[in-house]
Design a protein. Structure first.
Length: 168
């Protein structure tokens, strides 16, 4: 199986008796990225962007708006808190639906949050099932998060291919 090297941080824990807690937090993430700016952008795209600035300008303005919101919340002391998870480390290797983490219990279900080092920094929650002591298969993830995670892994794969070609 092919795996690519990543630079993402991951926090995870075996689900066990905390399934309801993890499910609630996972559900909250479905609405955390939605805000008035994103909603406006979606409406503009639905109208085919007539009279709208280009996509990059909109994206940069939306991200700037989100950063201002984050700073405002930090100043007010309204920081987001997440459930504490038993394990935190760097996710060294992954491939689309597969993560490689040592010390897993085979067939156990885990809840995880990965901090994606993307242009738009994201925390992506998902559930995965350990297939053996070091590999897990993602079983539940939001579609937008899956697209971003897959895109990140594809870009890391392209970087590895380019590095290998440069070394030849």
């Amino acid at each position: 199986m092919k795996l690519v090297r990543t630079a993402a941080n991951i926090a995870f824990e075996e689900v066990g008796s905390r399934k309801e807690e993890f499910e609630r937090e996972f559900e909250v993430f479905s609405s955390t990225d939605s805000n008035p700016v994103d909603d406006f952008i979606q409406k503009m795209k639905a109208r085919e962007g007539k009279g709208a600035p280009d996509d990059m300008t909109i994206l940069l303005l939306a991200e700037l708006h989100k950063k201002v919101d984050e700073l405002t919340k930090a100043i007010k002391g309204e920081t987001k808190t997440y459930l504490p998870l038993a394990n935190e480390r760097t996710l060294d290797f992954a491939w689309f639906d597969t993560v490689r983490l040592e010390g897993l219990k085979p067939n156990a279900l885990y809840y995880a949050r990965i901090s994606m080092p993307l242009f738009r920094t994201r925390i992506i929650p998902f559930f995965f099932e350990a297939t053996d002591e070091e590999y897990g298969t993602i079983t539940k993830i939001w579609p937008d998060d899956k697209a971003d995670f897959d895109g990140y892994l594809a870009s890391k794969d392209r970087e590895e291919v380019a590095r290998e070609r440069a070394l030849r």
